[in-house]
Design a protein around this ligand. Structure first.
Ligand SMILES: [Zn+2]
Ligand SMILES: [Zn+2]
Length: 276
């Protein structure tokens, strides 16, 4: 299993990275059916551009949306155009994936279809069903995508929001299973700690700074320190911090996390790859 942190900028695109987007891949060499699988976690502002450096969008197998803030979903509009009008859509491309019968599965909160349709400007009676096949998350209900299992859990954020626990074939330890946990946007909660239990890699948001933002109100974002606490209490083996807004100093976020968590920790950069 491989993770590419395609977009790591918090709340809006930054000068060095698009907004939230993470690609989870099962490379062919560890895939039970011998073909690569590609799942995208979130598709925020600007992410579709950078995503094309990591994968051909026609070869995506599913998109999982944590919540319906624009920095996590709005580039689904561009993906819809790509899938609907690409000259090679629906054909058997050399080295490409077998064509899907229906649309690309898009998992998300209850009103994901309506919100994406509204963002695109669909009229009454119009829908994206031929290209995007929307399905609502149900917390704790697992969704299989090829050899990957996605399990959504509720995050602590002002709107209906989920993190995702992803398990699949390990590339670091072939023959075993690896676990990636992505928090989406969340403040600290015991449920998030439980969902991150013993993760091989915890991809955790850390939008706030201690003493600057954490006094705003609870239930929005984690600080670096809060992310470190989640990593320590969950027993996560590795911590990767993401969703830092452009005005944050990553060194401050990392120092906060390291004050809580003794394991390996780093701040994600756009396009970085991790093997797990
Ligand atoms: Zn966000
Ligand atoms: Zn949000």
């Amino acid at each position: 299993m491989r993770l590419v942190t395609v977009g790591v900028s918090g709340s809006f695109a930054g000068p060095g990275s698009p907004a939230s987007c993470h690609l989870v891949q099962v490379p062919a060499d560890v895939s039970p059916d011998g073909r690569e699988w590609n799942v995208v976690l979130d598709l925020g502002n600007g992410a579709l551009g950078a995503l094309q450096r990591a994968v051909e969008p026609l070869d995506l197998d599913a998109v999982a949306i944590s919540h319906l803030h624009p920095d996590h979903f709005v580039d689904l509009c561009g993906l819809y155009v790509y899938l609907r009008y690409h000259p090679e859509r629906g054909t058997e491309r050399t080295g490409g994936h077998p064509r899907r019968a229906g649309g690309l599965p898009v998992l998300g909160p209850a009103d994901v279809a309506e919100r994406v349709g509204a963002a695109y400007g669909l009229g009454p009676g119009e829908h994206m069903g031929g290209q995007l096949d929307f399905r609502a998350w149900s917390a704790g209900e697992q969704v299989a995508v090829g050899p990957l299992v996605l399990e959504p859990f509720r995050a602590y954020h002002p709107v209906e929001a989920y993190g995702v626990r992803v398990t699949g074939p390990s590339s670091a330890r072939p023959g075993t299973t690896a676990t990636l946990v992505y928090t989406g946007d969340t403040d600290y909660s015991p449920g998030v700690v439980e969902a991150a239990r013993d993760a091989d890699l915890l991809l955790c948001e850390a939008a706030f700074h201690e003493g600057r933002d954490d006094c705003v109100e609870p239930g929005i974002h984690l600080t670096g320190r809060g992310a470190g606490r989640v990593a320590r209490e969950s027993g996560a083996r590795r911590l990767v911090l993401t969703h830092l807004p452009a005005w944050n100093d990553p060194a401050v976020t990392l120092a906060e996390a390291r004050a809580e968590y003794a394991g390996p920790a780093e701040v994600a950069t756009g396009g970085a790859a991790f093997t797990l």
